[in-house]
Design a protein around this ligand. Sequence first.
Ligand SMILES: *Cc1c(COP(=O)(O)O)cnc(C)c1O
Length: 399
Amino acid sequence: MDQESMHGPDNYKPLPVVLSEAKGVWVWDVDQNKYLDMMSAYSAVSHGHAHPELVKVFHNQSKTLALTSRAFYTNTLGPYLETITKMSGFEMALPMNSGAEAVETAIKAARRWAYRSKKIEPNKAEIIVANGNFHGRTTTIISFSSEPNSKDDFGPHTPGFVSVEFGSSQAVEEAINKNTAAVLFEPVQGEGGIIEPPDNWLPDVREICDKNNVLMILDEVQSGLGRTGKLFAYEHSNIRPDGLILGKALGGGFMPVSVFLSSEEVLQWMNPGSHGSTFGGNPLGSAIAKRSLELLEEEGLIENSRIMGEYFKNSLLELNSGIIKEIRGKGLWLGVEIDPKYIEGKALSKLLLSKGILCKETRETTIRFAPPLIIRREEIDWAVEIIGDTLKRIERKEK
Ligand SMILES: *Cc1c(COP(=O)(O)O)cnc(C)c1O
């Protein structure tokens, strides 16, 4: 811990535990204490730690062919792109590494489309985003964040973004003008505190976008790939976006793999030289991502997320704790809103850590629970008992 803070800046403030091993839903610290992972690296470890199938792919692919750059074809990228486009129903996929890079890719693709297909005047394109968003940490992306500490003194900020109230169709409609290229939202705001919009919002935005020839792009880096109990969170609303951004769990808990999915109509303008990444679409990442996608279906992880998520939510509600004000979210992705009169999120995360549960607050008063999608009923029971006991002790002001 001292080495980290001595030799690195304080841009993270980790919980006081030093992890050294993990398997499935469990992790161990350097003193061999065992914890249930209810955070999953912000939903990037949906398959569980060191999934045996993925370890095999990782091992085999890394010693066969790991990195070539896209100056050449490989025998792994094609099969991966075919799998992800078939599974998602989008025509084309542009592979990148981190989530933020895939968001940048979406922004660039939307702007190219806007200038070349929609014929918006040069340099006038606007993208509508939502207040409270989280899309990553690049200079352009933080330009349209509404979180002061994410953007203050990192300017000058990139222009071309208009931020509206999350969940308001009227705000979207009013923000649209002839220069609007796209809307870009998370269907459920993750870092914002697992905030779900009103049910009619996505269908309304879909209609507004259709009417105005505006691309509807969804960032499902955190909500996608089974996290909410469907392959994609937008499926709860029976709509389809024009563009979709995925990351996190796509890398199977091993490595950064992200992608921007869209139609040929949108991606046709990404010609040679316009965009790329040395590591994007690399053989190792492609092999891992392909298998990660297949496993979601083969092992019923999406279904398990739905069933266990509901069970987890109900079990927490049955605690009837005065400290819990609200539980938001679907699938294995819950935001538990706690009453700061009793305890702050950070302090509760620390207490749960000391009792063997890894989780993390988002904002000050929301505890996010996002365990690997392989979690079983008895593991949830174990966690709920500890959470219930902890909350009772807080109410009684005991340790
Ligand atoms: C985590 C996240 C990102 C950024 O992904 P990185 O891999 O950290 O760059 C983008 N969008 C959403 C919704 C996220 O949750």
